[in-house]
Design a binder for this molecule. Structure first.
Ligand SMILES: Nc1nc2c(c(=O)[nH]1)N(C=O)[C@@H](CNc1ccc(C(=O)N[C@@H](CCC(=O)O)C(=O)O)cc1)CN2
Ligand SMILES: Nc1ncnc2c1ncn2[C@@H]1O[C@H](COP(=O)(O)OP(=O)(O)OP(=O)(O)O)[C@@H](O)[C@H]1O
Length: 244
């Protein structure tokens, strides 16, 4: 062993600096989102959701995890997509069940995020942060299915975030909830020899960053594709395959 520094290791000091850079970028993007013209925002919301609804990878997906958008956080709206899933059973003739939807729930600030199956918008209640979430027990007193305990694989994740780039980097709100859950789900899929789910993030135009702007820390999970108002940006080989 020598005592020269290995350039591939991240030291604690480097990591602290990266988390600090993430915080700075978050405040910058939050400000840009607050300043976004409401008319433009709703146009972009519609364009993004229409692109999703028309996409072959969306039409063909059987089970998906999606976020329930929070307008106070200026997240890309998912209402139209969610209502479409919950109203329309799948029309592909193969399945009478429609798409199965799982949505996030955070129990408290320290615990991990879980994804529960819901069948109706009425299954949701506002939490302390005013984000709609499912109760772990449904109206009939039955436990909802947790995606980590499901027998069948999820095909697709629709992900929120504050900033994204064309290399698949994603900056979240800082809880690390999504990175943790995605990492666990990828391990589960590997163990069960399932196809990995497609990780697709939804982004307003102002949230797309140039290369090198988004700091990356070791626990960050890269996304496969980005849906922007001007179209889908495929990133990974899996996404390229699904987009042509
Ligand atoms: N719609 C939605 N649901 C979600 C998430 C999300 O990002 N969006 N989450 C993804 O993790 C989890 C909840 N995590 C959250 C983390 C922070 C904040 C929030 O209000 N952040 C404020 C700043 C709070 C602070 O002072 O630190 C903000 O970003 O403005 C909300 C949800 C699970 N459900
Ligand atoms: N200086 C630090 N050193 C080590 N870990 C940190 C530091 N600052 C924050 N963390 C941890 O890193 C995680 C946050 O990661 P990150 O900032 O990448 O989240 P994110 O990608 O924005 O969130 P999400 O995945 O939920 O969208 C949290 O678990 C937090 O406790």
């Amino acid at each position: 062993m020598n005592n020269r520094k290995d350039p591939t290791t991240t030291t604690t000091g480097d990591l602290d600096a990266l988390f600090k850079q993430k915080r700075a970028l978050r405040s910058r993007v939050r400000k840009d989102l607050k300043n976004m013209d409401p008319t433009l925002r709703s146009q972009e919301d519609n364009m993004i959701q229409n692109i999703i609804l028309e996409a072959p990878w969306f039409k063909s997906c059987k089970r998906l995890c999606a976020y329930i958008s929070c307008s106070a956080l200026r997240e890309v709206d998912t209402t139209t997509v969610l209502l479409e899933i919950l109203q329309n059973p799948s029309k592909d003739g193969h399945s009478l069940m429609g798409k199965k939807l799982y949505v996030p729930r955070v129990e408290d600030r320290n615990s991990n995020m879980r994804m529960f199956n819901i069948a109706s918008i009425d299954d949701l209640i506002a939490n302390s942060m005013n984000i709609l979430e499912p109760a772990p027990i449904d109206a009939e007193g039955n436990e909802r299915e947790d995606v980590m305990l499901a027998n069948d694989p999820v095909d697709l994740f629709l992900l929120p975030g504050l900033a994204f780039d064309k290399s698949g980097r994603r900056l979240g709100r800082g809880g690390g909830y999504y990175d943790t859950l995605l990492m666990k789900y990828q391990e589960l899929a590997k163990e069960r020899k399932w196809k990995q789910p497609l990780l697709v993030a939804l982004s307003y135009t102002v949230q797309i960053m140039d290369e090198g702007v988004i700091p990356v820390t070791p626990s960050d999970v890269l996304i496969d594709a980005l849906v922007t108002p001007s179209g889908v940006i495929p990133i990974s080989p899996a996404a390229m395959e699904m987009c042509h």
